[in-house]
Ligand binder design. Structure first.
Ligand code: ADP
Length: 436
């Protein structure tokens, strides 16, 4: 069956999105692929449809067990033969899956990267015909990414041990130069067909606010957006708990999500948000991977995240349905301190990279230029020619004036007063006040 018929038959969609068709055609010609698309862009279909057409099994490597489980469940619902191998399987289950895989019962086999080097898995991989290895969230292979997973480095050695080299495809939403180069090199992609779709999400409005009181700011925002579905991200679990409690106390219906809650509570809270029983969820960055809720109308960051990759991924959960949505970041200088502290607390390796990324994040918060252009440039796309008319800076009525001379005068005065006086006296001197 051809790709379009399969798209219709299994997924119920009439046409491919931009890029999907090109990627699928390249794979069907036997080429390796590097596909870079923003979250929600539709990467899965790019390898799932070729998997159905190619002879043999496609191995899909993905970093998160919960994500894989959701994907496999969805595929099974569509009637596609897919299964999942991870560390939660019992020996008995693992043996059954291996048996079925040997009998050629699957088209897609999802594998956790930790599994790749186990003898039982390597043995299986050598016995079954593997047509393709698809690496999801491929940036995890790079230390320059925001989510390095050492286990991703095993993918290459697993491929090397296969009797016949399969097609290797890699997909990610992170496209900085270093990450791209690392993916190609560390997964050993052979002259890959590269597809980079634009990262621009024109329906998203971006704004940075610097309120004196974040709680009041959020309250005011929520009262203007009553009933709309939204996410508020906070930097820490403690912030999540506190904000949720305060808002609940103020009569706002909201639930919460972070890694400190029990599995049961987390699942329940997530469900009630996804099913629109509760419009608002307050969460740490633990929330959202693999979440595909179309009608999120706003994403507020209560704290500045530590890098643009994380920010854009989280903010990008707004407006998946293509309708207008807002991404508001509430900045305070305290957020810089918090992130510095977190970086210092983390491992030594990669600290410099993290500081560099943090600096870019701070630049985003302080730029007077177009926020969308800033984002696109950061992800290697080159900015927009003119203002985007859909971000806080392009829409602001603040006028820019050059105050270099005034600033020089002020600093010079401070210096000549031997840096001993406060703002009031300095201002008096500059104005020539008639005081002693
Ligand atoms: P990604 O992995 O890039 O974040 P997904 O593969 O999860 O994105 O796709 C995001 C959403 O877009 C899913 O709900 C998917 O069903 C939908 N989608 C993908 N391709 C198409 C298409 N050609 N037409 C309509 N919807 C699509």
């Amino acid at each position: 069956m051809d790709p379009v018929s399969l798209l219709k038959k299994y997924y119920g969609y009439d046409s491919f999105r931009k890029g999907q068709r090109e990627i699928i055609d390249a794979i069907l010609c036997g080429r390796d692929v590097l596909g870079i698309m923003p979250t929600g862009g539709g990467k899965s279909i790019c390898y799932q449809i070729p998997a159905l057409i190619l002879e043999g099994v496609t191995l899909v490597i993905s970093p998160l067990i919960s994500l894989m489980k959701d994907q496999v469940d969805t595929l099974k619902e569509y009637g596609i033969a897919a299964e999942l191998i991870n560390s939660t399987l019992s020996n008995q289950e693992f043996r059954e899956i291996i048996e079925c895989a040997r009998n050629g019962q699957y088209k897609l086999l999802y594998v956790a990267p930790e599994r790749l080097e186990t003898d039982s898995f390597i043995q299986l991989a050598q016995e079954i015909p593997i047509s393709m290895v698809a690496v999801d969230e491929a940036h995890c292979v790079s230390q320059w990414g925001h989510d390095f997973r050492p286990s991703y480095r095993r993918i290459y050695s697993m491929i090397e041990r296969l009797p016949k080299r399969p097609i290797v495809t890699a997909f990610t939403a992170t496209a900085t130069m270093q990450v791209k180069a690392d993916i190609v090199q560390l997964l050993d992609l052979y002259q890959p067909f590269e597809y980079v779709s634009s990262f621009d999400r024109s329906n998203l409005y971006f704004e940075v606010r610097k309120p004196n009181n974040k709680l009041q700011e959020v309250q005011a925002y929520l009262s203007e957006h009553r009933g709309e579905s939204g996410i508020i991200y906070c930097a820490t679990r403690k912030n999540v708990d506190e904000l949720c409690e305060r808002l609940n106390y103020l009569g706002v219906v909201a639930t919460k999500y972070h890694a400190g809650l029990s599995d049961e509570e987390r699942t329940q809270n997530q469900e009630s948000f996804l099913l629109d029983e509760v419009p608002l969820i307050i969460a740490t960055n633990a929330f959202g991977m693999g979440i595909d809720k179309p009608n999120v109308r706003f994403v507020i960051h209560y704290n500045m995240p530590k890098n643009m990759e994380g920010y854009y991924q989280e903010a990008g959960r707004a407006g998946r349905d293509g309708d207008n949505a807002e991404c508001i970041l509430l900045f305070s200088t305290q957020d810089i301190m918090t992130n510095r502290y977190l970086i210092e607390k983390g491992s030594d390796s990669g600290r410099m990279v993290e500081y560099e990324k943090l600096n870019s994040m701070v630049d985003y918060c302080n730029t007077g230029g177009c926020l969308r252009s800033f984002i696109l440039k950061y992800f290697g796309e080159g900015g927009l020619e003119k203002s985007c008319d859909n971000c806080g800076n392009c829409n602001s009525d603040i006028e820019e004036t050059d105050i270099t001379i005034e600033a020089q005068k002020i600093l010079s005065c401070v210096k000549r007063m031997h840096e001993k006086f406060g703002a009031t006296q300095v201002a008096d001197v500059l104005k020539g006040a008639n005081t002693q």
